[in-house]
Design a protein around this ligand. Sequence first.
Ligand code: ZN
Length: 616
Amino acid sequence: MSTVVLARKYRPRRFDQMVGQEHVVRALTNALAGNRLHHAYLFTGTRGIGKTTVSRILAKSLNCSGPDGQGGVTATPCGVCTACTEIDADRYIDYIELDAASNRGIGEVQELIERAAYKPGVGRFKVFMIDEAHQLTKDAFNALLKTLEEPPEYLKFVLATTDPEKMLPTVLSRCLQFNLRPIAPEVVREHLAQVLQAEGVAYDEGSLRQLGRAARGSMRDALSLTDQAIAYGSGRLSEAVVRAMLGGVDRGHAAALLQALAARDAPALLQGVDALRLQGLSAASTLEEMATLLQQMAVQQAVPGALDSAEPDHEEALRLAAALPADETQFLYSLLLQGRGELGVMGDEHAALAMVLLRFLAFAPTPDGTQPVPERPARAAAAAPRAPVAGAAATTAATATATATATAAPAPAPAPAPAPASSALLAAEPDIPPWLDEAPPPEDEPRPRSAALRVVPAPTLAVAAVPAPPASAAASALQAPQLTPLGDRWAALVRRLQEQGRIAALVRELALQAGALSCEEDGHGDTWTLVVERESLRTPALVEKLQAALAAELGRAQQLRLQPGVPGDSLARRDAWERQQRQLEAERRIRDDPAVTELLAQFKTARIVPGSIRPL
Ligand SMILES: [Zn+2]
């Protein structure tokens, strides 16, 4: 293949060769064809997107004299006349490009303005192109303004910027503005395929997909990366080679992590992150791969069958789309995008990745859809009698406060965090890693049922996007537990086991989830018949541990017989029911609160963030 780099060799030389900017091309060609010329143009858009290219084509259109030397202003420059060839070769004396990133001072601009005083040397128009125009100093802008306002008729300005926000409004108002858009990955892929075929380079679809995504909307970057990949792969492109070059992560890792998230399998999640670390795979790329898969999953969930079955990840996306509900797919996607920014903040990006993924487990409903994962601080506060939280709640019981988050003010005050409680929690359960602890909170303190409400401002945009407030929406399907004296006895017993710290992790989960059917007592001890829904909890090892804990608490032998089935009553169900009642009450009070009503009426953009209402 040629030694000329692809980005230069395949740089568009005519408007119809520009890829992915049809809206700009159409407007410019119509204007040129109708001879409706503006004296200053502003092209905006990210780097590598074609701003300089479109400026050069425009300069050719203005100056082209056609193959016979008789042509006029045209939307289809001939490519062979002096103006066309010299602009392409970057040596046309009436086309001047100034890079404001390196020539930003008033001196350079004054020099330019002086040159503007002279008529074009060879062409019809002088075209001044100022790239990265936002970098001009204020003095330079002001010096330019006069000429920009009343330019001689032979002078055209083209300003280009990646950051139009930084341009003076007086400059913006004098320019006809065109926004060049990032090019869609599939458009990049198609174009790369054409280029590679023209170059006779072998490739596979996977390599194009990788390159298309890595280009981030810039065709110039796509072509540069392709150049590198061809060199890296010794003249041919394969997905594995491109992925290795880009430092990318096999989609299998991303799929495995998503699977673990869907299954709420925190140990598998952390093992997955460890595997990435051990293999030296990038956490950032992993997040991107996961986000890409989530996007495919969301498409499948919204329009089943809409995914392209030719995509190699098709099967995986279908499987995961069925494993994770649509709202959680959306929620996770927003968490991941937000988490991308956190990776660089921590020294250890894999630890940051684990944190981002665990956040999903902390906020998402549990798989049975009935209980949110416990909020540990609140639970610890309840478990620690020394923590002054309950008292504080009581004193503020008469006031219901609410914060309505105005969308116009995206910086909500930090939530009042019951910080001292977490240490109490750690002291009580030193051995339990947090991810093993799925049990609902042991809220054994009678809770104030008054109007002590805390509206937790959503700490971030992503959290504000929690799909549904689990307690109010999911749990509203809960039915009241069927209370019996035997159930009360079992519940009290389990509470005691918790207080004494005799059960933890999955053993505690078993105790909480179990419904007592009968209890037979004889001279040797008690035999409980319990009904437990989750098969994973009905294991001999867990039963044995729970028997031992009960025996230690009661001082006599305990035997447990487990039956599969849905218990009409269990401590977990009682807690979930009670949480739901408190949640509904809290939501009702907030809705009816005069202060909230007034806030919502006053601020049109104010809204109560779904899920942000928490009972204290
Ligand atoms: Zn020409």
